[in-house]
Design a protein around this ligand. Structure first.
Ligand code: NAD
Ligand code: IPM
Ligand code: MG
Length: 372
């Protein structure tokens, strides 16, 4: 592949978001130096920081920058002052949901792998998790997150709705993905109770004959939550609706060893956004303890999206090297912890092959300013 120029909207967000983004961008800078690509970064506000600055968690200028970008890199959003105030009408999460909806990012893809070098670290028994390798396809722009919601005189409601088409489009992506892996697809739903889940089953059963190589099974979400810990190796591709996918992917992170390891890609017809699955971990803000690997692996997924496969492989090798050498933040290495910045530098140096730890993108400046 030749040298490419890509524009990336960067939304560092809140809490540890800016810290993990900074490290991920160091790695991207190393890719740029090694392969000659040019990445134009357009840093924009979203989340609580955007509410503080503009009153809106997703300002028009941020949305515009995202529309104009080839891809979006997001750190994380959210702040305790909203989490602990149920009466707040304007909330950081509204910005993220509006962004996903506006860009049509209907498929959220969350890979989960048990790393051999971390097996002993997991609270789960090694023989249960060793070899686990699954891909969760979480529907991202429908369901209870986006249904009508509100208050009654003495209650509240959140409606869950799905159209057939909303299920069809992500089901095809999940089936196609299964054909490139171990040819197994598990639909996680609650079809014994929910009408929307029965529609999911119906649609998946109708589509399934188009993919004869793929074995399909069905699990109720309560059982799936248990199976995830009991026997995670049974899963290849998991297909599920918005809220179930949110919950079981955080649960699945225990198999990898930390929430700070799990990346994601959110894709639609045209746009693509890459973000760690974790949140803004407010308790970790400014302490240098946030694991940047989930965001660095999200950059690897972004490079794959650009067709930069060698580049993505190198980033993933850098992560493997950090895992093998135990250059890891405290939640994975309490005896000899490294800081967020040290982990980022280590992986960036690997990518650049023996470079010095000189990449100090300390403060992300707003606007289209940085060309790396
Ligand atoms: N996509 C997003 O931006 C996103 C995702 C989830 C939660 N949130 C928001 O984040 C805020 C905090 O939510 P929460 O505490 O439920 O979830 P969280 O993911 O921020 O943190 C949960 C726990 O996971 C661990 N953790 C998370 N990220 C880590 C990392 N990079 N390195 C090491 N450990 C890490 C920490 O132990 C933390 O206490 C809330 O405001 C929530 O709405 C945002
Ligand atoms: C912050 C929140 C809206 C978000 C979600 O529920 O989708 C988060 O938990 C995630 O997993 O990306
Ligand atoms: Mg979540």
């Amino acid at each position: 592949m030749g040298v490419l120029t890509k524009r990336i909207a960067v939304l560092p967000g809140d809490g540890i978001g800016p810290e993990v983004c900074t490290e991920a961008l160091k790695v991207l800078e190393a890719v740029s130096e090694r392969f000659g690509h040019q990445f134009e970064l357009d840093v924009q506000l979203m989340g609580a920081c955007a509410i503080d600055a503009t009153g809106d968690p997703l300002p028009e200028s941020t949305l515009q920058a995202c529309f104009e970008a080839d891809a979006i890199l997001l750190g994380a959003i959210g702040d305790p002052k909203y989490d602990n105030n149920p009466a707040a009408k304007v909330r950081p999460e509204q910005g993220l949901l509006r962004l996903r909806k506006s860009l049509g990012l209907f498929a959220n893809i969350r890979p989960v792998t048990a790393y051999d070098v971390l097996i002993e670290h997991s609270p789960l028994k090694a023989d249960r998790i060793q070899g686990s390798d699954m891909l969760i396809y979480r529907e991202l722009t429908g369901g209870i997150y986006f249904g009508e919601k509100g208050r009654t005189a003495d209650g509240a409601y959140d409606h869950c709705t799905y159209s057939r088409e909303e299920i069809v489009r992500i089901a095809h992506l999940a089936f196609q993905s299964a054909t490139t892996r171990r040819n197994k697809l598990t639909l996680v739903d609650k079809a014994n109770v929910l009408e929307t889940s029965r529609l999911w089953r119906e649609v998946v059963q109708q589509i399934s004959p188009e993919y004869p190589s793929v074995a399909v099974d069905y699990l109720f979400v309560d059982n799936a939550a248990m199976q995830m810990i009991l026997n995670p190796k049974q899963f290849d591709v998991i297909l599920t609706e918005n809220m179930f996918g949110d919950i079981i992917s955080d649960e699945a992170s225990v198999i990898a060893g930390s929430l700070g390891l799990l990346p994601s890609a959110s894709v639609g017809e045209t746009a693509a956004l890459f973000e760690p699955i974790h949140g803004s971990f407010p308790q970790g803000k400014g302490l240098g303890i946030a694991n940047p690997i989930a965001t660095i692996l999200s950059v690897a997924m972004m490079l794959e999206h650009f067709g930069m496969y060698d580049e993505a492989t190198l980033v993933k090798e850098g992560v493997d090297y950090a895992l093998r050498r135990k250059v890891l933040t405290p939640e994975l290495n309490s005896d000899n912890p490294y800081t967020t910045e040290q982990v980022g530098c280590f992986i960036a140096d690997y990518v650049q092959e023996g470079g010095e730890c000189f990449r100090h993108l300390k403060n992300l400046e707003l606007g289209l300013s940085t060309i790396i």
